[in-house]
Design a protein around this ligand. Structure first.
Ligand code: MN
Length: 581
């Protein structure tokens, strides 16, 4: 769905049959930028601003009459123009609510003045009377004529949209921002010093412009970028509102709980094939980054230098469950690096595997770094540091050569701008990165089809996939989902779970990648939905589906039998379009 941009509508006059109105150029500009205009009339009913804004992903405050000076603590100047008190009240409430909620907001002409007053600033009631050296800001020329220049500050939101430096604009205002509201930065001024743009640097998109960009879009496409910026920010915001139900939790005769999520199926050629909710939903990769982190280990030369076996590579690319078989492999590789477990910054953690946990407890020993589900990945990173001639200490720091290599590789495989990759720290202490789900799916599709990757990543991808598909018990462990799905599919589907309800899959024979996220960060509906969605694509069925029954249809049992069960309801919607950014 297109991002919805709310535009408050004022009234032309106060008579009984007055109509609410919004200038047609605002509506056209929002549509041209890919948004869906939604008019929000300044009625007199009991509608609260939060109710009105719940239905939109962004807010556009349009031009109009003067803001009543009492709203910023002044008496009316003799040159004050027409005031519409209902519209003032409505727009100030919407602006304050939008700013408080971080909703993307663009104010134009009167709109920049509303934003300034809403956040505590003041206005010139009449430039000509109150600013003696002001140039003519109420131009008598046509709407599209650009009568005076403005200077746009570099490193600002406005500069990112239309470029920094001098830009000629139109001008239809006799009022302007006087005292700038706290927290706002002036990012464009006219030659006489009049504020022509301001923005809130702490918010994703809060911009006011004094000129009428909507009248300029048709003749100068550069001005459309301002509306596209609003619509893009609104799209990013709207993603959170568009989740679809993955699974229902039934108890007795009714649904007790619902889990929602998003997903994408993408081809190695870069086509979004199927979608669920918002395929552009941005989340962190967490442990689903491990196959790419393992590729970076191979590309460092470490796999050859330290003779890393295929079993060890599967442990490096996986999230092992801490069985003896797993810890022995990690310890063996650490020994060949002439290091021990004290070099691993992940810290100690009990095994995920219940039997291994029991065995450890009975032995009276404490869990160590080796039992941590990420100890394979960390050991691989240490090997990469040695192979690169980089220090072993600090290998988890974002600016360490190993982490920089992972970051560069991930951006290349996912086909995104490296500078735009948002970063966080994973539970085990190394960096993790944010990507839209469709980019994760693309990265997995290419992982499974190495020939679709740039030459220098092909060998690494091929070796990682081969290792994971041939040694599924090393990717997670006996009785765990990723291992079970790889095994049940006969090595045709590569599975890698990440924390916070993420699952990524590669289907090499079709050249497809899948990413599925349970929005609440849980996994209760994630695996049932994933298996149902694989069945919908004819990628799973018959005996393989039966082997996965405990994940496909989880049942919680009590003394009297079944108490509740999870039923997947997710379905893919065909998309067939190129990937988004
Ligand atoms: Mn002006």
């Amino acid at each position: 769905m297109r991002p919805r941009i709310g535009i408050p509508a004022g009234r032309a006059d106060a008579s009984a049959d007055a109509a609410f109105h919004v200038g047609a150029d605002y509506v056209r500009a929002v549509e041209a930028a890919g948004g869906l205009p939604v008019l929000l009339p300044a009625g007199e009913g009991p509608v609260l601003p939060e109710e009105a804004l719940r239905g939109v992903d962004g807010l556009l405050l349009a031009g109009g009459g003067d803001v009543a000076p009492g709203l910023y603590g002044e008496q009316p100047h003799p040159r004050l123009g027409p005031v519409e008190p209902d519209r003032d009240r409505w727009e100030l409430a919407l602006a304050r609510r939008a700013l408080a909620a971080g909703l993307p907001v663009l104010g134009i002409c009167r709109g920049i003045q509303v934003l300034n007053v809403a956040d505590g600033g003041t206005l010139y009631q009449d430039l000509e009377a109150q600013l003696p050296d002001a140039l003519q800001h109420a131009q008598k020329a046509p709407r599209w004529h650009r009568s005076h220049p403005v200077r746009i500050e570099p490193e600002s939101l406005l500069a990112r949209l239309v470029g920094a430096g001098e830009l000629a604009v139109n001008s239809f205002h006799h009022q302007a921002v006087r005292e700038v509201a706290p927290g706002w930065r002036v990012t464009a001024v006219a030659p006489d010093g009049v504020v022509e743009a301001m923005e809130r640097p702490d918010l994703p998109f809060a911009l006011g412009i004094q000129f009428h960009a909507e009248n300029l879009v048709a003749r100068e496409p550069r001005f459309l970028r301002i509306f596209q910026g609003l619509v893009e920010a609104a799209a990013a915001r709207g993603r959170h509102a568009e989740a679809e139900v993955l699974g229902e939790v039934w108890r007795g005769e009714s649904v007790e709980s619902v889990h929602r999520g998003h997903g994408a199926v993408v081809s190695a050629g870069g086509e979004l094939l199927y979608e669920l909710g918002q395929p552009g939903f941005v989340t962190s990769l967490r442990s689903a980054a491990k196959p790419f982190q393992a590729m970076a280990v191979i590309e460092s030369g470490a796999a050859d230098e330290f003779a890393i076996s295929e079993l060890e590579l599967a442990v490096i690319a996986g999230s092992h469950s801490g069985t003896r078989a797993h810890t022995a492999l990690v310890e063996g590789l650490l020994g060949r690096l002439r290091l021990d477990r004290s070099a691993l910054v992940c810290g100690p953690r009990p095994p995920l595997d219940a039997a291994a946990r029991r065995e450890l407890a009975l032995s009276g020993e404490s869990p160590t770094e080796l039992h941590h589900t990420c100890s394979g990945k960390h050991t691989g990173m240490l090997a990469a540091a040695l192979a690169m001639g980089a220090p072993v200490d600090g290998y988890a720091a974002p600016d360490h050569p190993v982490q920089r290599a992972v970051r560069r590789l991930l951006a290349e495989v996912a086909g995104v701008d490296e500078a735009a990759l948002k970063q966080g720290t994973d539970g085990c202490g190394v960096p993790t990165w944010y990507l839209p789900l469709e980019r994760m799916a693309y990265a997995y599709a290419r992982l499974g089809r190495p020939q679709s990757l740039p030459e220098d990543h092909r060998a690494g991808a091929g070796r990682v996939v081969h290792a994971m598909l041939n040694h599924p018990e090393m990717v997670e462990g006996p009785g765990e989902f990723d291992t079970a799905l790889i095994q049940a599919s006969g090595g045709r589907i590569l599975a890698k779970t990440g924390a916070e309800g993420l699952l990524c899959l590669a289907v090499p024979e079709r050249g497809w990648g899948l990413a599925l996220k349970e929005e609440d960060g849980e996994r209760r509906a994630l695996y049932p939905a994933a298996l149902a969605l694989l069945e919908q694509l004819d990628l799973l069925g018959g005996r393989a589906a039966e082997q996965l029954e405990r994940w496909r249809h989880p049942v919680q049992r009590g003394g009297q039998g079944a108490l509740s069960e999870v039923r997947p309801v997710a379905r893919w919607t065909p998309a067939a379009r190129p990937l988004g950014g």
